[in-house]
Design a protein around this ligand. Structure first.
Ligand code: ERO
Length: 307
């Protein structure tokens, strides 16, 4: 019997679930995720107050993926906190992306005490907030901030990272993360500030930030795999890596796990295909495992060969 079971923050779950972002904002979307083949229910990143987000159009599908500048539309942390008692069949992970470090501290203090919140994914990498840098590109600020929040942590904490492109940056971030009681890192958020244009209309395709936005889909898979691989090697073994970026098939999920991911998240493909993607990708991954003679995720996790 092939099993997709994995263990994250001490909980057993199926290793494929949603990325924070697509189809995980409203009550209906969260219930739909609970009913689907997603291994967990992860919320849209939340702020203190509900937000409408950036002006539309703010998401655009391309053949190879997507560009978005949603601007953090969400229903506010109280809503996601209340949903914790309603999502009872799957691990429930709340993504947090406060507008300031103090906002994050307040939200985390609250969620620390909410039954039914299985874990928190702290998003340090939103690329689309006008005038706000991605915190995880500032190593000192990230270190200071983790120091503050980890003092009083009562839930498993994960960190959603932006893509890094330089060996020194991988090492610097890993050295910081290794100092804190972090349960997992998610690699990667969308590649920030890409530009998609339509040459026919001679126009950008999304409205916010003059058309600049986070890139997801096929093109980001090699960068995502590199980040999963590097952090799997550099982080303490008690920090799990979750792969995210360019996963639309069982083979993509297999590649992320081979690079060291303990679980994978689906972003752009979830926007495009809807919640049916979890069952399809899970079945594809199981077939690959069967053909290769692997029964468990751990049989091939991190076992990428070098030549
Ligand atoms: O614009 C957003 O809401 C958004 N888009 C992304 O690609 N990544 C994010 O982390 C994010 C907001 C937190």
């Amino acid at each position: 019997m092939i099993s997709l079971e994995t263990k994250l923050f001490g909980i057993k779950l199926d290793c494929i679930f949603n990325a924070s972002g697509p189809l995980c904002t409203s009550e209906e979307e969260l219930y739909n995720l609970e009913k689907s083949f997603s291994g967990a229910v992860l919320t849209k990143s939340c702020t203190i107050d509900p937000r409408k987000g950036n002006p539309e159009p703010r998401y655009f599908d391309t053949e190879w993926g997507s560009i978005n500048s949603m601007g953090l539309p969400n229903l506010g942390y109280q809503f996601y906190s209340e949903m914790a008692s309603k999502i009872s069949n799957k691990p429930y992970i709340v993504s947090v992306s406060g507008m300031t470090p103090d906002d994050n501290i307040s939200i985390l203090e609250h969620l620390n005490c909410v039954d039914g919140v299985s874990a928190i994914e702290l998003n340090l990498s939103c690329p689309n907030l006008i005038g706000k840098p991605q915190m995880a590109y500032d190593f000192k600020e990230t270190d200071d901030f983790l120091y503050r929040i980890c003092k009083d942590l009562r839930k498993p904490l994960g960190v959603k990272l932006p893509p890094y492109f330089d060996s020194v940056h991988f090492q610097k971030m890993a050295d910081i993360l290794n100092n804190y009681p972090i349960s997992f890192v998610t690699c990667i958020n969308s590649i920030g500030n890409g530009l998609v244009i339509d040459p026919h209309s001679e126009s950008v395709v999304i409205k916010p930030k003059s058309g600049f936005g986070g890139i997801g889909g096929d093109f980001i898979k090699p960068t995502a795999l590199a980040n999963v691989r590097m952090f799997s090697k550099l982080l303490n073994c008690d920090i799990s890596v979750i792969g995210c970026g360019g996963i639309k098939s069982g083979w993509d999920a297999f590649e992320h796990i081979l690079c060291g991911a303990s679980a994978v998240q689906i972003g752009t493909q979830l926007w495009k295909e809807g919640i049916g993607c979890f069952e399809r990708i899970s079945n594809e991954l199981k077939l690959i495992m069967e053909e290769k003679g692997y029964q468990f995720v751990k049989d091939f996790r991190g076992k990428l060969k070098e030549i």
